[in-house]
Design a protein around this ligand. Structure first.
Ligand code: ZN
Length: 98
């Protein structure tokens, strides 16, 4: 299913606001994703909702948390728990309600 960019923009903005990340911005790119804490910016492959939530889970953490958990990628257990919660909240449950 191809969704319009305006719909995706609204969806992404809604999630950032819901998750108390109102001061974060996002930009769509062709591939890959990145959450830049210093710039409060998420780069994400356009129309990839799961990848966007992956980056939001990074945005909800911190560089300090990643260092504490000794994982340069930031894909430690705390990140995984947040990602699972986000997928449940914004993909799985959102689908069930429709
Ligand atoms: Zn990641």
């Amino acid at each position: 299913m191809v969704e319009g960019e305006i719909v995706m923009n609204k969806w992404a903005r809604h999630i950032l606001d819901e998750e108390d990340l109102s001061d974060w911005q996002f930009k769509w790119t062709f591939s890959d994703g990145l959450a830049l804490h210093d710039q409060r910016m998420i780069w994400c492959a356009s129309k990839d909702k799961a990848l966007f939530l992956h980056e939001v889970a990074h945005a909800l953490g911190s560089k300090e948390e990643d260092l504490r958990n000794g994982d340069k990628t930031g894909h430690h257990a705390h990140w995984g728990d947040r990602y699972t919660d986000l997928v449940r909240k914004y993909l799985v449950e959102a689908t069930i309600h429709i």
